[in-house]
Write a protein that binds this ligand. Structure first.
Ligand SMILES: *Cc1c(COP(=O)(O)O)cnc(C)c1O
Length: 399
């Protein structure tokens, strides 16, 4: 049967305390116990359904976590205060001193900095590889490798990971395949393709209103419970927990995610095709010119499209900056990092979100100075947007 992530979200039902159509918000950091024995059992992890303390979990966080698990088709999920608050405990739970990670070299700048600069202090080494070449990935796997790490669609170069192929490698070498699916919620369902753990920054498309941070780890009950363990769980002990007020607001936004993703994808596909016809060489997984177009197509839940992210290369940082400033002046979007907002957002990743990556490595991976990353908004009249962008491009000499 076909996997239907939006149906899975829609079919969940939680009522509020007084029959409210939204679940009640658990506005408490701590919870009372009727007996001292139950409190002890909770600390031992033997009191299902009891809440202990909100860093561990709260009813509101469980509702959001269950909705995200339903979306990805995993047993369960644990929400965190940010995307990095989901990524870092996951990797620290799976790896310790002496372990090794094979990671895509084109990943979110913060994740890259964590693996490159931070985890070596704890004795965890990472090899960064071209994730689109399975033979290169396999060659990097060593005896002490524990994790294969990638993004379904990578930031900022929009490389597409062959999740089925990577999952086969993970199984062959007994590794955990961890996939950050932030760029392609609903479009790609990594767990259905063999990923062991699926992560999102909720800050982006899933919440969609650029008003909060959030993250989630979706996986088996065994793994998610290990993250939450009061004894040695990295999520519980590192403490990047989400607040209940926020989890309830993200849950409400999540209900329109399918409509938003369709519109983001429709608009991005329209612009990508126009830009390509103009000779701009856009990178967008929906274009047949994209090197991984076929892989994305084979993996995707078609109704949600190829996502809202695209890049163009303007040729130089000066031109990129001039274009972005002019587009902002014309109210076509905002010069801002992040993604998934109703307005188009644009930034030059080489000097912003990926500035953690040293210049020579940026060059090697094809991250040029003139690259602009767009998160295309929900514009109702995308043709008008295109015409105005086209005028801006002519004015600054990109066209
Ligand atoms: C933004 C982002 C993150 C980090 O999420 P935060 O919510 O900012 O901590 C991780 N991965 C990807 C792909 C992102 O875009």
């Amino acid at each position: 049967m076909k996997f239907k992530p939006a149906n899975n979200i829609q079919d969940l039902q939680y009522f509020g305390e007084f029959g409210g159509v939204n679940p009640s918000i658990s506005d408490s950091s701590t919870y009372t116990f009727l007996s001292a024995k139950t409190m002890f059992d909770s600390f031992e992890g033997n009191a299902d359904g009891c809440y202990l303390y909100s860093r561990h979990t709260s009813p509101s966080n469980l509702y959001l976590g269950e909705a995200l698990a339903a979306m990805e088709g995993t047993e369960t999920a644990n929400v965190a205060g940010s995307g990095m608050g989901a990524i870092t405990p996951t990797l620290l739970q799976l790896c310790g001193n002496g372990d090794h990670i094979v990671s895509s070299r084109t990943i979110y700048g913060g994740t890259y900095a964590f693996l490159k600069n931070f985890t070596p202090r704890l004795g965890i080494q990472t090899s960064f590889v071209d994730i689109t070449k399975l033979d290169v990935v396999e060659a990097a796997i060593a005896k002490n490798t524990k994790v294969l790490y990638c993004e379904s669609v990578s930031n900022p170069l929009l490389e597409v990971a062959d999740i089925k192929g990577l999952s086969a490698l993970a199984k062959k070498y007994n590794l955990k395949l961890v996939v950050d699916n932030t760029f392609s919620p609903l479009s790609i369902s990594p767990a259905q393709l063999g990923a062991d753990v699926v992560i999102h920054s909720l800050t982006k498309f899933i919440n969609g209103s650029s008003d909060t941070m959030g993250g989630v780890v979706c996986g088996t009950a065994e793994f998610v419970n290990s993250l939450k363990s009061v004894i040695d769980g990295a999520s519980m002990l590192l403490g990047a927990s989400m607040d209940s007020l926020r989890s309830s607001s993200i849950l409400k936004n999540m209900r329109t995610l399918h409509i938003r993703m369709k519109q983001h994808s429709k608009n991005a596909a329209f612009l990508a095709e126009k830009f390509e016809a103009d000779g701009l060489k856009p990178v967008y997984p929906g274009l047949t010119s994209h090197p991984s177009h076929k892989i994305f197509t084979a993996m995707m839940n078609v109704e949600y499209g190829y996502g809202g992210m695209l890049t163009i290369d303007t040729g130089s940082l000066d031109k990129a900056n001039a274009l972005m400033e002019l587009m902002q002046e014309k109210n076509l979007g905002y010069l801002a990092v992040s993604l998934g907002f109703y307005k188009t957002l644009f930034s030059a990743p080489g000097t912003s979100t990926s500035s953690e990556i040293p210049e020579d490595e940026q060059k090697e991976m094809g991250l040029t100075d003139g690259l602009i990353r767009f998160s295309i908004g929900l514009d109702d009249d995308i043709e008008r947007t295109y015409n105005m962008m086209n005028d801006c491009m002519k004015e600054v000499g990109v066209l």
